[in-house]
Design a protein around this ligand. Structure first.
Ligand SMILES: Cc1cc2nc3c(=O)[nH]c(=O)nc-3n(C[C@H](O)[C@H](O)[C@H](O)COP(=O)(O)O)c2cc1C
Length: 461
């Protein structure tokens, strides 16, 4: 339409209708009259005021956006975490809501993030980087299994600053797990008890989610899917790794060793292409009989089968295989059996450890919570886990990596287990109580401790 089409509408007309203001809206000339009567006349001063107000509003919004997308902003720890507890009294609801929010915010680019991004760490903070299997990773902190069981928010979680995310546990077939409620907060102890029982959307679903990431990356970068699989870490980020944890369905009896092997092998087949590391879970306390798989020959047989299957995957660098063990199998004989299975099967390492069925006397939460069935996680696990890491490090050759998981909540905790010989350190429960900035804060603490130690040493000379 050319401007001339509008000309008749702009032509002044005399309006004589009886409908007052309503009619005035319909008639352009009366509309101008109406505006003249009811709107303030724009002066240069009022225009300036509007501009200033808008600028202040936009700047405030932008600053708030910048502030709230910083994972370490106090708002996340001191407002979001307590608010979530009130809004969602059931810990599982709160978790589901939190994970979904992270994913949606990621989609809009408004997700919280650790502002010490990869580049800054590379250039300015080299003392955070470490090596697993001689591969450089940007820092030693990872997110333990269970936080993102179905690979729903992998990228949003990477943005919080860990070097590794362990997705899962994934079972071959979808299963709902135990009846709810099945996660309990022991707030006074900053601990959790969970008896999820491997609720999983199944390996097909998770494989699809992970493959979608690969395909998106390939399309965005003009690569083929196989190029991405062969030339990039499965995390799709330099210096970061993606671990996928595999388990078995409850319906497969632990006494049927062939059935058990088949279940784990099917996990390798569907998920192995999308993993830098496959974690074999034989230590959840919530799947009846699962922990029996940790005994001597059974464990060797199972792990050997998984390692053999992982070697058959069609990608240049095959995923490493590690096994996650329970902290409750801690007698000398049990540790001996497990280390021997690790050595004989050819797995690349061990995650020490899962949640515990024990209930230390030091817990201060109300007894009805403390005695809920399930695995306990949080700070009460720390000492046991650190002692086990020391024990496994003593018994295992250096090429077997140890991933430490259990009650780590500060940078000092992380350094303590790294000193005992762990390669990387996992967190889960600390994030539930500390929010999205937990990993960033831990890394900052590590840096500060390392810096102070270096400064002292150089000062002493
Ligand atoms: C709610 C919840 C779910 C978990 N799910 C899994 C899981 O699926 N597989 C697994 O190996 N560990 C699972 N874990 C154990 C954690 O990965 C971790 O090993 C354990 O909680 C100890 O670490 P933390 O004290 O830092 O939480 C779960 C823990 C919690 C609290």
């Amino acid at each position: 339409m050319s401007p001339s089409h509008f000309r008749p509408l702009l032509r002044p007309r005399t309006f004589t209708g009886a409908n007052g203001a309503f009619s005035a809206f319909k008639q352009p000339s009366s509309f101008h009259a109406f505006r003249r009567t009811y709107t303030t006349k724009r002066t240069p001063l009022s225009t300036t005021k509007t501009v200033v107000k808008s600028t202040i509003a936009i700047t405030t919004l932008a600053l708030f956006g910048y502030y709230s997308t910083d994972s370490r902003a106090a708002i996340h720890r001191y407002l979001v975490v307590p608010a979530l507890r009130v809004i969602a009294p059931d810990a599982e609801d709160a978790h589901a809501f939190g994970l979904k929010a992270l994913r949606v915010l990621w989609d809009f680019g408004l997700h919280p993030r650790d502002r010490l991004g990869i580049r800054e760490e590379d250039e300015k903070e080299p003392f955070l980087e470490t090596y697993v299997w001689n591969k450089r990773i940007i820092n030693p902190i990872y997110i333990s299994a269970g936080l993102d069981k179905n690979a729903e928010a992998v990228d949003a979680l990477f943005a919080l600053g860990p070097s590794i995310i362990e997705v899962g546990c994934v079972t071959p077939e979808p299963q709902t797990g135990n009846p709810r409620p099945r996660v309990f907060r022991l707030v006074a102890d900053k601990a959790l008890i969970n008896r999820y029982g491997f609720n999983s959307l199944g390996s097909d679903y998770v494989a699809r989610k992970l493959r979608e990431r690969v395909l998106r990356y390939a399309a965005d970068n003009g690569m083929t899917e196989q190029d991405v699989l062969d030339n990039l870490p499965a995390s799709l980020y330099p210096g970061k790794l993606l671990a996928v944890q595999i388990g078995k369905n409850k319906s497969v009896s632990e006494d049927d060793i062939e059935g058990v092997k088949e279940a784990y092998i099917s996990g390798v087949k569907s998920l192995g292409l999308y993993a830098d590391v496959l974690v074999v879970n034989v230590s959840s306390p919530n799947t009846p009989g699962l922990r029996k798989l940790q005994s001597g020959n059974t464990l060797t047989e199972l792990l050997s089968a998984v390692v053999a299957e992982a070697k058959k995957l069609e990608k240049k660098e095959k995923p490493r295989v590690i096994v996650k063990i329970s902290p409750d199998e801690s007698s000398k004989q049990q540790i001996e059996d497990i280390t021997s299975a690790i050595k004989r099967s050819g797995v690349d390492g061990v995650v020490v450890a899962n949640t515990t069925l024990r209930r230390p006397d030091t817990l201060v939460s109300p007894p009805h919570l403390v005695h809920e069935a399930g695995g306990l996680s949080g700070p009460e696990l720390f000492d046991t886990m650190r002692d086990l890491v020391r024990e496994y490090r003593r018994r295992l050759p250096r090429d077997k990596e140890i991933w430490a998981s259990g009650g780590v909540s500060t940078g000092q905790d992380a350094l303590d287990v790294l000193k005992e010989g762990a390669g990387v350190v996992g967190v889960y429960t600390a994030m539930i109580y500390g929010g999205v900035g937990t990993i960033g804060r831990m890394k900052e603490e590590i840096r500060d401790i390392v810096r102070t130690t270096i400064a002292k040493k150089t000062g002493d000379k």
